[in-house]
Design a protein around this ligand. Structure first.
Ligand SMILES: C[S@@+](CC[C@H](N)C(=O)[O-])C[C@H]1O[C@@H](n2cnc3c(N)ncnc32)[C@H](O)[C@@H]1O
Length: 193
């Protein structure tokens, strides 16, 4: 499959900013249902302004970090455990945002950042339970994207086509579930003072 065909497979009107990025770049780097789409969905509610300091916790291959830096002019600390920072730095350099995206290798329970350093934090849904339990934050939005499971399925099918593989278990699971239990979620919160 050539890159133009893959662009068509990943066309989705819900994510107009993401449409400016190569589908091949997203498919090759994505570790879950398109992190660039998910970052864009969050920014429907999160107000990001140029120069803000953002922690992208569990950024994986830093696609979301690069997207946020390019689209919103923020400075991002792309923090991850499994993906090495030198690999992410290469991707950041290719995207020409070296002055805005800083790859960091760190464990979420031992972060090397000063208290109050960040203006905003983006991450996996794992944090939701923990945020609510602490009482330290007020959750502003915690929703499922309407029909978000279809976007996830679209992403999976595009990845399968791109890789030349038959439908994988995840796509079959999404078809079977038909939006009953699985989908894409969003959470934004601010710190209680
Ligand atoms: C499923 S991947 C998602 C990556 C990226 N957000 C995406 O959607 O493509 C989860 C990421 O969380 C990171 N991670 C998991 N546990 C972590 C921890 N305790 N500290 C830091 N990062 C962690 C992993 O390194 C991995 O890259």
């Amino acid at each position: 499959m050539d890159d133009a065909e893959l662009d068509v497979l990943l066309r989705n009107e819900r994510y107009p900013r993401s449409a400016g990025y190569s589908a091949r770049w997203m498919v090759d780097g994505g570790m879950g249902p398109n992190p660039v789409w998910q970052a864009e969905a969050l920014t429907d509610f999160m107000r990001l302004e140029p120069g803000m300091r953002v922690l992208d916790m569990g950024c994986g291959t830093a696609l979301s970090s690069i997207f946020l830096a390019k689209e919103f002019g923020v400075e991002v600390w792309a923090t991850d455990l499994w993906v090495k920072p030198d690999e992410n730095l290469r991707r950041v350099a290719e995207a020409q945002v070296e002055d805005q995206v800083h790859p960091i290798h760190a464990e979420a329970h031992a972060l090397p950042f000063a208290e109050d350093f960040f203006d905003a934090l983006i991450s996996p849904a794992w944090w939701r339970r923990h945020w609510e339990k602490t009482g330290l934050v007020t959750v502003e939005v915690a929703d499922r994207l309407p029909d978000g499971w279809r976007d996830w399925l679209q992403w999976n099918e595009a990845c399968d086509h791109a890789n030349g593989t038959p439908a994988q278990e995840e796509a079959q699971m999404l078809h079977t579930d038909n939006g009953q239990s699985l989908g894409l979620t969003r959470l934004t919160a601010h710190r209680n003072t």
